[in-house]
Design a protein around this ligand. Structure first.
Ligand SMILES: Cc1ncc(COP(=O)(O)O)c(C=O)c1O
Length: 403
């Protein structure tokens, strides 16, 4: 049978596939061939969803929550998010400014599509999470990257100020960051929003790693800003990483009422709403804040323990250099010192790890940072130790580390 050529829309044709999903796929294929892979490309928790949340989903089903809900989500869900942010962060958010979405990704998509016109400029700090520029491309807007290498991947208000032009409509930020794991300090975040608001630029903040900020950093949300600043901000929130619920597909937006209404209108013609009994489970779980926070604390404690071992161990490997990430669960390693001889690019280093050691990592190129490699530590200590031992044997140990 001949394959029909579909005239794929220009907007979709212009988008790139997700390089992070490609790495995960590669690991899956190798595993299927019986290869013992060490997968350090994963962008999801290795923990299971806490049992009490699963039980609440079953309870939701038993209560007959099997039908359509309001597009913006059930009232209990929206109220539970508002109450949680009040208790946890002291933020006063009207329920009308909260809408449920199918994960953080749809929250980001809704927010960008509801705001952007063709030709608008969107500021994106570089390195960036792979999806940001692709959403911008879909909206026929232009990604304008802010290089943050000089400030070790921590965006500053000064960098934002210098990048804003009359064409700038939106800034997309992500702290704690995927891929760098770096955290922008709260005072700087506020100044960044001030710099944007002064010039009428909106801010879309991807807070999916909100709770994964390790001491002395603390979870910080732009939802706590005063109203005059917050009206420029859309928070894209997610249950995926925080509560180890990536497969459940649930998130939310917090944005001014006009922005929220536009997003809900868009969602009414796409996904409609996230799964009814999942909304119920999340609403009930958030209402029991103590249980939720205990679950998050147990997971973040373990990520922190792994980070504290893994990052110094990576820094002992010849050619690797990695600043201590303050959040998320990624180490973003500078391998530029290794380039020029056997390796022309960081992608070659990643390829060598894959082919010779069956270690799956994500090359920085897809994040706009050639010369860097992202290692996820959302995996067991045993895997991290095996990977480090193998890489030390492959690349050698720094003289300073071998004493
Ligand atoms: C920075 C960032 N934002 C958003 C998402 C997507 O989250 P969700 O599963 O809630 O759609 C991810 C997932 O990897 C991410 O790393």
């Amino acid at each position: 049978m001949s394959v029909m050529t579909l005239p794929v829309s220009e907007r979709v044709a212009a988008m790139k596939g997700s390089s992070t999903l490609i790495a995960a796929q590669m690991a899956g294929e190798m595993r299927a061939r019986g290869i013992d892979v060490i997968d350090l490309s994963v962008g999801e928790p290795d923990f299971d969803t806490p049992q009490f949340i699963k039980d609440l989903a079953v309870e939701g089903l038993a209560h007959g929550l099997t039908k359509y809900t309001a597009t913006s989500g059930i009232a209990e869900f929206r109220t539970a998010v508002a109450d949680f942010y009040r208790r946890q962060f002291g933020a006063e958010i009207p329920v009308a400014e909260i809408a449920a979405s199918c994960g953080g990704k749809q929250a980001l998509f809704n927010a960008a599509c509801a705001l952007l016109n063709a030709g608008d400029d969107v500021l994106i700090p570089q390195p960036y999470w792979v999806t940001f520029p692709e959403i911008v491309t879909f909206c026929e807007a232009n990604s304008v990257f802010i290089e943050t290498l000089e400030t070790e991947f921590v965006l500053t208000a000064q960098q934002v100020r210098s990048a804003i032009t009359p064409r700038t409509k939106l800034l997309i930020i992500n702290s704690p960051s995927n891929p760098s794991g770096r955290v922008v300090p709260p005072s700087e975040m506020r100044e960044i929003v001030e710099a944007c608001a002064e010039r009428g630029v909106y801010v879309l903040t991807d807070e999916c790693y909100l709770f994964f900020a390790y001491p002395p950093s603390e979870p910080f949300t732009l939802a706590t800003l005063p109203d005059e600043l917050r009206r420029y901000v859309c928070v894209a929130g997610s249950f995926s990483k925080t509560f180890a619920m990536t497969g459940w597909r649930i998130g939310y937006t917090i944005a001014n009422e006009t922005w929220t209404k536009a997003m809900v209108k868009l969602q009414s013609h796409s996904a409609t709403h996230p799964t009814s009994f999942v909304q119920y489970a999340c609403a009930r779980a958030l209402a029991d804040g103590d249980a939720m926070l205990a679950a998050v604390k147990a997971m973040t404690g373990e990520y922190e323990r792994r980070r504290n071992w893994f990052v110094p161990a990576l820094n002992e490997i010849k050619g690797f250099r990695c600043a201590m990430p303050e959040g998320a669960f990624y180490a973003f390693v500078d391998v530029r010192e290794m380039l020029g001889g056997e390796f022309a690019s960081s992608a070659d280093v990643a390829d060598k790890l894959l082919t010779d050691a069956h270690i799956v990592v994500t090359d920085g190129g897809g994040f706009g940072a050639d010369g860097f490699i992202r290692f996820s530590y959302a995996t067991s200590m045993e895997n991290l130790e095996r990977a480090v031992t193998t890489m030390k044997a492959m690349f050698g140990i720094k003289a300073s580390a071998s004493n």
